[in-house]
Design a protein around this ligand. Structure first.
Ligand SMILES: NC(=O)c1ccc[n+]([C@@H]2O[C@H](COP(=O)([O-])OP(=O)(O)OC[C@H]3O[C@@H](n4cnc5c(N)ncnc54)[C@H](OP(=O)(O)O)[C@@H]3O)[C@@H](O)[C@H]2O)c1
Length: 261
């Protein structure tokens, strides 16, 4: 858990154009590991090792290039992730952000992300909860003591937070680059056409594995009304980079239907 990771400079150079650039307003990188059948885990709530050690080092390298790492509460509960950066030479830590409208995440001192924050090896999370969520006073105090906080945000009329709202919150907290790591609900909602505009780049790792039916699958809704049957999303500026036994796919989403012919 505590070893330092190395990501070779020649591999890092291939990713450069997809990373937050100096002076950019607010950069969102969507990144996750997927199987050949587009699954990111075997079942909802089950953590599933997919990619190899080289890809793991890449994830930590990417974390070193972003101010925040965002996940949904489903992932926070299923994986108990550390959400810190262990790449060699890194001098700062990204801020974990957990989207948890109903305050379901069972905050306690033994959670990996909290342990790492207490040990000075990472930052405590900002947890985005609904204005109506009941957060226990003790949890509120504990999270503050560990350096994180709950951020209360009104939900949309239909429920859930809009991505524009989430992005505004990040910006107001000075988190102008964010790496969204999952899970399925978060990724699929971002890849839905209305939200594609918030994604600056996609860096995903494809592992040489089929997980089989029943997994958590990345497959966004396709709702184009009168415009007919067209893909939900497609990448442009695409680069494929072999990495160990995996392949890393980089690109930028486009929702310009005319470009897809
Ligand atoms: N392979 C990979 O790279 C990778 C990476 C991360 C996670 N995973 C896997 O993915 C699985 C978890 O995926 P998941 O779909 O169950 O969970 P998830 O996407 O992590 O979290 C989903 C929950 O987050 C909240 N949420 C998400 N977007 C929201 C929005 N816009 N507004 C308000 N709330 C929002 C909702 O909470 P409420 O239900 O409380 O409303 C929603 O049910 C796990 O098995 C994990 O191991 C894989």
């Amino acid at each position: 858990m505590s070893e330092t990771l190395h990501f070779p400079a020649e591999q890092a150079a291939k990713l450069e154009q997809y990373l937050p650039q100096k002076g950019s307003d607010l950069h969102l990188t969507l990144t996750f590991a997927t199987s050949l059948d587009s699954a990111i885990s075997l079942r909802p709530g089950v953590q599933t090792a997919l990619s190899g050690p080289e890809s793991k080092a890449m994830t930590h390298y990417l974390r070193s290039k972003h101010k925040a790492i965002l996940i949904g509460v489903g992932t926070a509960i299923a994986d108990d992730p550390g959400l810190n950066c262990r790449i060699e030479g890194s001098t700062s830590q990204p801020r974990p952000v957990i989207v948890d409208p109903r305050a379901r995440w069972p905050l306690n001192s033994e959670l990996k992300v909290i342990r790492l924050a207490r040990e000075g090896k990472g930052l405590a999370p900002f947890v985005i909860v609904s204005s109506a969520a009941m957060v226990a006073d003790q949890s509120d105090k504990d999270l503050k003591d560990w350096g994180g906080k709950y951020i209360k945000v009104p939900e949309r009329a239909g429920g859930g937070f809009s991505w524009s709202h989430i992005m505004q919150i990040l910006k107001s907290e000075g988190l102008d680059s964010v790496m969204v790591e999952g899970g399925g609900t978060v990724i699929n909602s971002l890849l839905w056409e209305e939200n594609l505009e918030y994604i600056n780049s996609v860096i995903l790792t494809i592992a040489p594995t089929w997980l089989g039916k029943g997994g958590v699958v990345v497959s966004p809704d396709r709702d184009r009304g009168e415009q007919g049957n067209v893909p939900a999303a497609r990448l442009r500026d695409v680069k494929w980079c072999p990495l160990g036994e995996d392949v890393v796919l980089c690109g930028r989403p486009t929702n310009r239907i005319c470009n897809w012919k």
